[in-house]
Design a protein around this ligand. Structure first.
Ligand code: BGC
Length: 732
């Protein structure tokens, strides 16, 4: 046997390049290659960089890191956000804090920085591996002097241990030997203290594998910066593990992070293995398989991947912001997006995570009560936008696209949020049967929101109750009276609160006594809620079967949206704020949203009439809009229209069709896409307290299969079923 280190046969040392086995030093994992599980960005288009950073973000619900280039580019904005850690500069509203950039890795060869915008990129690819929750990069670069270097990187936010972030990179000079300088220091402070006193601490550990596959005890590189003499074909690998802790979860985050990372750095393979297992287990529960349409399959997995990346079942004091942890739009604030658009996915496939989300609303009750009281009402008026405390953090002003500073009324007028929160809570309880949650938290939310409606609705001369001065989901029309969605959902909220109060009083008399004492519930109160619900004006016209979106809506100017096709800007920009307010054009489903949420309460002709009336008047100025149209169209049996809207919804992030994916993925649109597939095309519903389905699959979907949990039991849904399936197989 020849000892490779003492030379080849005859004792002549072989050139070092051949001595080092090129396969010895590799990244510690391999990417998934099935195109239905990956998103690939080939090449490099500087103008798209922010969008790629959002789409390729990694996250585990505790922290999220944008898919930025490790060495940076003219447009890179690397950011890592930590759920629940907000800061404001004193004058402005709290926004998610961005930590030090732990992914930074810059390399130079004989003093020349290795960058995408210099020399030639012979190969450059980023892969979002949704199956394993890993971001990959493969780069072969030729510099001005003709030197070719290959860089491979993987990056992940551990789903098995949410405090760990990991990056591993290999570097190989492919046609030269030379001096390579590597800088893997973090940019930014490793310990930050927010204005409200939250400490965020990062600790980093690095290790280096030399071309013989041994860990080198180089303290220099371990500290972050080092020059390496690399010979042709040799590969070095740098592993970097970051532990992230905050004073939200431990008393001494700095110490905790240090101890954590010291243990972790020697277990990189274990961390990756556990992370991958955690993702595979999540996919077991949450995957939605579509045969026959790979693009749709990938779009749905993209939606599921980002929803899962944004949620943390271990922390019920945080929720999911409008852009998850993938970007800074809306400052990380939480809207009805979570309760209505994202929550159903979690309820059915990840109930522990759903519980954390509804408990976030429970912890926010005090702030919601204070908001109601401040405005002179009883009960709970939830924040339109909230951050960590549940206080309303809606900005009072915005800058309109034409540069005008406009007063933003959504915080005061978008009352429907209270019913949306209640709806989410009830949905969670109904699907999980989590009675403990109902008794300890859910009932209180339902009751306090009902109380808000009972005090906010005013009795008019017509003897009916009215809710005046609101904004419905359609934000193009402000300060309107009797918005159908708001009133419809308030009515639902009042009725359900009364039912739940009676149920809890009946089934759990002792906790009920305690709750009604604590909240001062009068014995007659549930009956009063029922009465307000009964007499609440709904805007429904028996003759036409239409709900008027708000008082006076039917008298507004009719504008034909078809005349604006193809359109490059939202309708409010094209027409201006004033004109749009005087028109029937709406931003997003409002009555149609009500039809969807209260489906079981609406007669089939009512669902159809309202969809047919409002759908052509919707400008889809919100990313929340197309998926709901897809869902309702699918339920109504218009599969072609549903498919068109479904594609439109999928393209919001994947094709950046609204032009704003740069500041984060659209989490509500992704939740909506999942709902359109499950509740729309698959037609899953829960009538008579049990699951049933009325499928209307698009012709290209040969089959759809998924698992979901209902009252603690897993169910399999495979469509089409039995005979229908056989026929579809024969036909295809
Ligand atoms: C939509 C709201 C949504 C918010 C955050 C707005 O443009 O109109 O319905 O909650 O964005 O996604």
């Amino acid at each position: 046997m020849v000892d490779p280190l003492s030379g080849g046969p005859g004792g002549v040392p072989e050139p070092l390049a051949r001595q080092a086995d090129p396969h010895l030093v590799e990244l510690p994992a391999v990417p998934t290659d099935d195109p239905r599980w990956i998103l690939v960005e080939e090449g490099f288009t500087l103008a798209r960089e922010h969008e790629v950073e959002s789409l390729f973000a990694i996250g585990n619900g505790y922290a999220g890191t944008r898919g930025s280039l490790a060495e940076g580019s003219a447009l890179s904005t690397p950011a890592t956000f930590v759920a629940g850690v907000f800061d404001s500069d004193g004058s402005s509203l709290p926004g998610l804090v961005s930590t030090a950039d732990w992914t930074r890795l810059s390399t130079s060869i004989d003093g020349q920085p290795l960058r995408l915008d210099r020399g030639r990129n012979l190969e450059h690819r980023r892969i979002l591996d949704m199956r394993q929750g890993i971001f990959w990069r493969e780069w072969q670069h030729q510099d001005e002097a003709g030197r070719i270097t290959r860089v491979r990187v993987l990056r992940l936010a551990s789903l098995a241990d949410r405090h760990l972030l990991l990056q591993s990179a290999t570097i190989t000079p492919e046609n030269f030997s030379g001096r390579i300088f590597v800088d893997a220091t973090l940019t930014g402070p490793v310990v930050q203290v927010t204005g409200s006193g939250t400490t965020v601490a990062m600790a980093v550990a690095r290790r280096v594998m030399n071309p013989t596959g041994r860990w080198t005890p180089s303290t220099e590189l371990i500290q972050g910066r080092q020059g390496l003499e690399l010979r042709l074909g040799e590969t070095y690998r740098l592993d970097r593990v970051v532990a992230l802790h905050t004073s939200r979860d431990t008393a001494d985050p700095r110490e905790m992070a240090h101890r954590h990372v010291e243990r972790a750095i020697d277990n990189v393979a274990g961390i990756i293995g556990d992370h991958r297992d955690a993702w595979l287990a999540r996919w077991q529960a949450s995957d939605l398989r579509i045969e026959g349409d790979p693009a749709t399959q990938r779009a749905l997995r993209f939606a599921i991947y980002h929803l899962l990346s944004a949620v943390n079942p271990q922390d019920d004091r945080v929720s999911i912001g409008a852009r998850g942890l993938s970007g800074s739009a809306y400052k990380g604030h939480v809207f009805w997006d979570t309760d209505i658009f994202m929550l159903p996915f979690f309820i059915l496939t990840y109930p522990e995570a759903a519980r954390a989300l509804v408990m976030y609303r429970y912890h926010a009750l005090a702030a919601a009560r204070a908001k109601a009281a401040r405005l002179g009402y009883r009960g709970a008026f939830y924040a339109w936008e909230s951050a960590d405390s549940g206080d309303d953090v809606t900005p009072p002003f915005v800058v309109a696209p034409d540069g005008q500073v406009v007063r933003l009324l959504t915080g005061e007028q978008q009352l429907h949020i209270s019913a949306d929160v209640a709806f989410g809570v009830w949905n969670y309880w109904r699907a999980t049967g989590d009675d403990r949650f109902l008794v300890e938290a859910g009932a209180e939310i339902l009751i306090e929101t009902a109380r808000f409606w009972a005090s906010r609705a005013e009795r008019g001369d017509d003897g009916r109750y009215h809710i005046r001065g609101v904004i419905g989901p359609d934000e193009y029309h402000e300060t309107v009276d009797d918005n159908a969605y708001t009133n419809g959902m308030a009515q639902w909220n009042l009725e359900v609160a009364a039912e739940i109060a009676n149920l809890v009083a009946d089934r759990w008399p002792e906790p009920w006594q305690a709750l009604s004492r604590r909240l001062g519930i009068e014995p007659d109160e549930p009956r009063q809620w029922q009465q307000v619900a009964r007499d609440l004006y709904t805007g429904f016209d028996e003759r036409t079967r239409l709900f008027e979106q708000f008082r006076g809506y039917f008298g507004l100017e009719e504008i034909d949206l078809a005349a604006f096709v193809p359109r490059t800007a939202p309708m409010d920009v094209l027409l201006g704020r004033e004109r749009i307010q005087r028109s029937k054009i709406i931003k997003q489903p409002d009555v149609v949203m009500l039809v969807y949420l209260l489906w079981e309460r609406m007669a089939p002709e009512v669902r159809k009439a309202n969809f047919e009336y409002y759908e052509p008047r919707c400008g889809h100025g919100s990313s929340l809009s197309p998926a709901i149209h897809a869902l309702v169209a699918a339920r109504l049996g218009d599969t072609a229209l549903a498919e068109r809207y479904f594609r439109q919804a999928a393209e919001i992030d994947l094709a950046d069709s609204m032009g704003n994916a740069a500041s984060g993925i659209h989490a509500a649109a992704l939740g909506g896409l999942w709902q359109a597939a499950v509740f729309g095309f698959a037609g899953l519903r829960f009538c008579e307290e049990k699951p049933e389905h009325h499928a209307n699959l698009p012709p290209s979907w040969h089959s759809l299969s998924m698992r979901f949990q209902w009252r603690g039991q897993w169910h399999e849904l495979t469509l089409p079923e039995g005979a229908e399936r056989k026929k579809a197989e024969e036909d295809s």
